[in-house]
Design a protein around this ligand. Structure first.
Ligand code: PRP
Length: 194
């Protein structure tokens, strides 16, 4: 059945080694997260914040699984240099439009690996004095965690493998796959532009 599914994706499908999390499993887990958030934040008009671009599929589906009034905002970041990235320091390419002061803020991330990016962003958010600040992460890769981040909502724990799909990319490809997958090893060896 997976083969038929991969055939639909043509050249992208041919580069997939294995589907790790199916579209159905993603949908069902995201619905559960949406239900929990709707209960916990009822009457609080939360502000959901996402960092582009990896979070786009998760945020779109999570929003539609939430049944209470919410607001959403996005930011974009970029690394100054590999060294700066190692310390989690990122440059804001697009800041939030909404003030955080006094708001119930839910920070939504696609993936947490070392925790450095999230740690840095949470610090900058705390300085803006929200009423509360919690984290919702779809994919948790605990193996390389350098900083302990309190995560209130967690979708899946992932093995220590490079995954693509459902917003996650390799050189900007594969974000549009509706499942999470491993790439064939030779894909990494090809000298792709991008
Ligand atoms: C991913 C993800 C986090 C970061 C997590 O972004 O969205 O921001 O990596 O890694 P860390 O826990 O080791 O800091 P990425 O740089 O892949 O950018 P993208 O979302 O635009 O694909």
């Amino acid at each position: 059945m997976n083969k038929d599914l991969l055939d639909v994706y043509g050249e992208l499908g041919q580069e997939i080694q294995e589907i790790l999390i199916s579209e159905e499993a993603l949908r069902s887990r995201v619905r559960e997260l949406g239900r929990a958030i709707s209960q916990d934040y009822a009457g609080r008009n939360p502000l959901m914040i996402g960092v582009l671009k990896g979070v786009l599929c998760f945020m779109a589906d999570l929003l539609r699984a939430i049944t209470i009034p919410v607001e959403v905002d996005f930011m974009a970041v970029s690394s100054y240099s590999p060294e700066a990235r190692d310390q989690g320091v990122v440059r804001l390419m697009k800041d939030l439009e909404s003030p955080l002061f006094g708001r119930h803020v839910l920070f939504v991330e696609d993936i947490i690996d070392t925790g450095l990016t999230l740690n840095y962003l949470l610090k900058t958010f705390r300085a803006r004095e929200p009423a509360s600040l919690e984290v919702c992460v779809l994919f948790d890769k605990p193996k390389h965690r350098l900083i302990d981040i309190p995560v209130k909502y967690r979708g899946f724990e992932l093995p220590d493998r490079f995954v693509v799909g459902y917003g996650l990319d390799y050189r900007e490809r594969y974000r549009n796959l509706p499942f999470v997958a491993l790439l064939k090893p030779d894909v990494f060896l090809e000298n792709r532009k991008g």
